[in-house]
Each structure stands twice: as C-alpha cells, then as structure tokens.
Design a protein around this ligand. Structure first.
Ligand code: UT7
Length: 342
C-alpha cells in the first residue's frame, strides 16, 4: 500500500476527432483486408484528425470535459502533466498550450514522453505531487495524434493507430483509498523495436530523412507483440501485489488498447473473465497514451464503474516501457479549506 494521503480521480473526460477511418477505407489505401485487420488486431475502425488538428486540440477537449465532470474551474489546477509521443512541436510543451487554452492560470505544466505507457507514468507522478503535499489538484492528460506520423504506405503499421485524448483530475481524498499501487518499468535494450527515427537531435530533419520516410513510425510488430503479451500480465500482478489486492478482487481491468489478442492474453494471465475487461480497440484502434483514459472514460460514462470498484490500468510501449496502477474508484475529495496534511 502507498503511504500518505489517499489520492483519487475526481473528474474524467475524453475526446476523439469526428472523422472515422474504417478497415474498408484502408483496403483502398494499402494491400490489406478487413478480415486480416479484425482477426490479427480486433480493430474495425479508428478516429483520425482532420488536416490542421493536433494533439493539443484533443487534449484541450478532454481536459474541459474532465473539469466539467469534476465540477471545478481551471484556475484550481496546480499542475498539468501531458503524456504524449506526438506533441504539437518539439517544443514548447503541449501541456503549456493546454494550460493557456483552458485558462489554468495557476498551473505549472510539463510533458512526459514514455511511449504508450505515458498515461500510467503521468498518473504515478501526479499522485506523488499530491501525496507530498506540494499540490492539491493535478490534471493528467494523455493525448495522441499517431496518424500524423503514420506511414500510409506501410500496411504493417498504418492499420493499427487512431487519434484521441483522455484526461483525469487528481485530488486528495478524505474517504476512500484512491491509488493503491503502481508498477513502472523499462527495457531500453528494446529501444530499436518501436521508433520514429528522425526529427530529433540524433537525426535532424533533412531531405534525406524525408526521402527515407524516417519521420514515420517504424515497428518490429512481432517482437513488440511477444514483449507485450508477457509484460501486461506481469506488470498488473506486481502492481496488485504492491496494492495488497488479489487478482480475483479486481472489478475491471483497463489495459492499453493495442491489439485484442494482447488484451486476451493479459486477461488469461490474471484469470479474469472478459466481462471484467474494458475493450474498445475495435472502435478506436491504438491511441497510445490516450487509450487507457479513453477506455476508462467510456466505461465510466456508460455507468459500468461503481463506487469502491477496484480498477487495474496497464500499458506498454516504446522504450520499451510499461506501467500499471491499481485504483479504488470513487471516494470523497477533501473540501477546499481542509488541510492536506494527515
Ligand atoms: O502500443 C504499442 C504498439 N505496438 C503494438 O502493440 C504492436 C504489437 N504487435 C502486433 O499487434 C502484431 O504483431 C501486428 C498486428 C502488428 C502484426 O500481427 P502478426 O500476427 O504479428 O502478423 P505478422 O507481422 O507476423 O505478419 C503476418 C503476415 C505477413 O505476411 P507473410 O510474411 O506471412 O506472407 C505480413 O506481411 O501478415 C502480413 N501483413 C498483412 N497482411 C494484410 C502484415 N500487415 C498486414 C496487413 N494486411 N495490414
């Protein structure tokens, strides 16, 4: 169990662009079939941004909904952490663009880049800021426009990704256990398995990098798959052990939505029936950092998640990296004047 004041999610929101790209649409772009995509990934369609939209637009939409859900105004936010692998620009941080757009005049802001595991890392970091007593209200947002860096000529990757954002407001609780355990990990020896090779300091943009299509995602899908089917289950079990919770007491498992076969394997490892697993990869594809909060928000708004439910979040991605978190849903936030010290 974690020390310090309990920290929970007091507001949730998500946002996806309106435009939908179906498997039938992809059949017209690359040599693929609806049947291949569905059986190998579970994906039927995904939302994609229109020209001119970027990750901050999606993050802003999700953050506004989370604020509304929490019933607080943006000036109450002390810190914004935006996890994204597709920031608007190399700099400034996308979180600063969000800060200005939502009117969070009192907030610090920074981005975190941990591939698709970013949202779990951001939840972990945000929770520590509150537990330490430094901040009271933290906005954590996962936002991604992977279709902006997708190689539409590469059928092994272009069928996988979608765009979206999810946001959570964290606050201290006076009742309820909130986050009970986290597990974070990395294996940099696998860094080459999932990359966007150019445009950073190692390989700045040049005519050559553009001609070589090095500004697009490159992935060894098989190797990432093998890693994912093991790590999703292992990381979840470690986070549960740290939280002191038995896997059979999990109400809902909310995994990174990369591939239905990876999700099924993780559920089997935890011995969970699929009715306790939240799945929306069929309609959104892999939205990287946005996938866990998008799935959580959808289940929450559909009324599936109840007070006191034990939720497990888990994600893996570029790095290689992974993260898992155990949360008791609900609780009662501290009133504004109440002391954060225990
Ligand atoms: O958020 C983390 C990001 N990454 C992931 O989560 C990805 C993890 N990996 C995966 O989900 C899977 O490895 C993929 C879905 C990417 C690929 O599935 P797979 O079952 O591992 O297929 P494969 O790469 O072994 O390819 C099997 C065959 C190949 O043809 P041959 O060599 O057997 O003739 C591919 O060329 O399928 C072919 N193929 C396709 N066929 C139709 C690859 N992509 C496609 C496609 N449509 N889109």
């Amino acid at each position: 169990m974690l020390n310090g004041i309990p920290v929970g999610i007091v507001g949730l929101g998500s946002y996806v662009p309106d435009k939908i790209l179906t498997n039938a649409d992809l059949e017209k772009i690359v040599d693929t079939t609806d049947e291949w995509i569905k059986t190998r990934t579970g994906i039927s369609e995904r939302h994609i941004v229109e020209e001119g939209m970027s990750s901050s637009d999606l993050a802003i939409g999700a953050s506004k909904r989370a604020l509304e859900d929490a019933g607080i105004t943006a000036d109450k936010i002390d810190l914004i952490i935006c996890s994204t692998a597709t920031p608007d620009m190399m700099f400034p941080a996308t979180s600063c663009i969000v800060q200005d757009a939502i009117g969070a005049h009192n907030a610090g802001a920074f981005d975190m880049e941990v591939g698709c595991s970013g949202f779990i890392y951001a939840l972990t970091v945000g929770t520590q800021f509150i537990k330490s007593g430094m901040y009271r209200t933290v906005l954590v947002v996962g936002a991604e426009c992977l279709t902006r860096v997708t190689d539409w000529a590469d059928r092994s990757t272009c069928v996988l990704f979608g765009d979206g954002a999810g946001a959570a407001i964290l606050q201290p609780l006076k009742k309820g256990r909130g986050f009970m355990g986290f597990e974070l990990g990395s294996r940099g020896s696998g860094a080459n398995l999932l990359t966007l090779p150019a445009g950073g300091s190692k390989k700045p943009a040049s005519h050559e990098t553009v001609n070589n299509r090095e500004h697009y995602i490159r992935m060894d899908g098989n190797e990432v798959y093998k890693f994912a089917v093991v790590i999703m289950g292992e990381a979840s079990l470690k986070a549960l052990e740290k939280a002191g919770v038995n896997p059979e007491d999990v109400s809902y498992f909310i995994p990174h939505q990369a591939n239905i076969r990876i999700i099924n394997a993780a559920a089997r490892r935890l011995k969970l029936d699929m009715d306790r697993v939240i799945v929306n990869v069929d309609r959104f594809g892999n939205t990287s950092c946005a996938s866990v909060p998008l799935a959580l928000d959808e289940a929450y708004r559909a009324g599936r998640i109840k007070e006191g439910d034990i939720l497990v979040f888990v994600a893996f991605g570029a790095g290689l990296s992974w993260g898992a978190a155990v949360l008791e849903w609900g609780g009662e936030p501290l009133e504004e004047g109440e002391s954060i010290c225990q």
